[in-house]
Write a new protein. Structure first.
Length: 319
């Protein structure tokens, strides 16, 4: 081989190695542990929404200040995969047998989405358990489960509450974005203590959500990209993204479900929430908040959001 060909071969190998490294780095950026809104999907989804609604950060910060001043117990459990999971249980002024579990979105934490409605529930007299999902906040773990791991873990949190506070407690699960998808993934497996579920802007499955995000990046044919990404996920995270699909679980829901979605949500398209609502095999309601971008239905029209939630609870909690 001539000198020029050798240099070309070495360069090609180096370029190939660099490309592989960048692909792996990109995978970890999406699926690995990151700080709030620091990942690619976080930037595309949440930050774009924040630009469309400049008051959202202020809205959420005011809620955080209040919840941090309340009587909150830090608790932890272990997942079936061996990670330590962190939870934050806030108590109302008077003892209650009603518990709300707040589930946050992708690469957020207990201090994110659930903080938007924690005060409302606590002031209603309910206990509020906000949790850090795997690979998020103060919980351990290397990879996000896009509702698959998170639904398994939330069922363990439910078991924890029942074992600690009694068989007669009543539980509401309320999730936003990936937290909403987590709710959808688990509703066919919840025990009798769970009385209703609220899914705010849930996606149908991670594969379709990744494809939609890729299109937002300008990728005309995202299918090959998603297939490669999923192959990597099977190796690194140990699960198939197709297993995050929520359709069958929603069809077989054991509890009434309230679906909420922003009418201007293009990160998790409104049509995904509408499809899951239509598939739901139990009592159900759908609220589309006009003008709301992703995960910001509550800040866009808080009065309507909480009124709808309260009416749904009154109908199905059975107090």
């Amino acid at each position: 081989m001539g000198k020029g060909k050798k240099i070309f071969a070495v360069g090609a190998v180096a370029l190939g190695a660099f490309a592989v490294e960048q692909i792996i780095h990109g995978y970890y950026d999406v699926m690995g542990r990151r700080s709030d809104f620091n990942s690619i999907l976080g930037k595309v989804g949440y930050n774009a929404a924040n630009e469309a609604n400049a008051d959202y950060d202020k809205f959420l910060q005011e809620k955080r200040i209040w919840i941090r001043q309340q009587n909150t117990e830090y608790i932890s459990i272990n997942s079936d995969r061996g990670e330590k999971l962190q939870g934050y249980l806030t108590y109302p002024d008077e003892e209650s047998k009603v518990f709300v579990i707040g589930l946050h979105g992708y690469h957020a934490s207990h201090d994110g989405d659930p903080a938007a409605f924690a005060r409302h529930y606590v002031e209603k007299g309910y206990n509020f358990l906000s949790i850090d999902h795997v690979a998020s906040g103060d919980s351990e773990g290397r990879f996000v489960g896009f509702g698959l791991f998170e639904s398994q873990d939330t069922l363990k949190w439910i078991d924890y509450l029942i074992e600690r506070f009694g068989e007669d407690i009543k539980i509401i699960v309320h999730g936003v974005s990936m937290g909403g998808a987590t709710v959808c993934k688990m509703v066919d497996s919840v025990p009798a203590q769970v009385k209703l579920a609220i899914a705010d802007c849930p996606f149908t499955n991670a594969v379709e959500e990744f494809a939609n995000t890729a299109k937002n990046f300008g990728v005309k044919n995202p299918e090959p990209f998603v297939k490669v990404f999923n192959a990597m996920n099977k190796v690194f995270a140990g699960y198939d993204l197709n297993d995050t699909d929520n359709r069958e679980s929603v069809k077989n829901s054991k509890v009434p479900m309230l679906f909420i979605h922003g009418g201007a949500d293009d990160f998790v398209p409104t049509a995904m929430g509408e499809e899951l609502y239509n598939l739901c095999g139990n009592e159900k309601e759908l609220l589309i908040v006009d003008g709301a971008t992703h995960a910001q239905s509550i800040s866009t029209n808080e009065e309507l959001y909480l009124k709808t939630v309260d009416e749904f609870i009154s109908k199905y909690l059975g107090e």
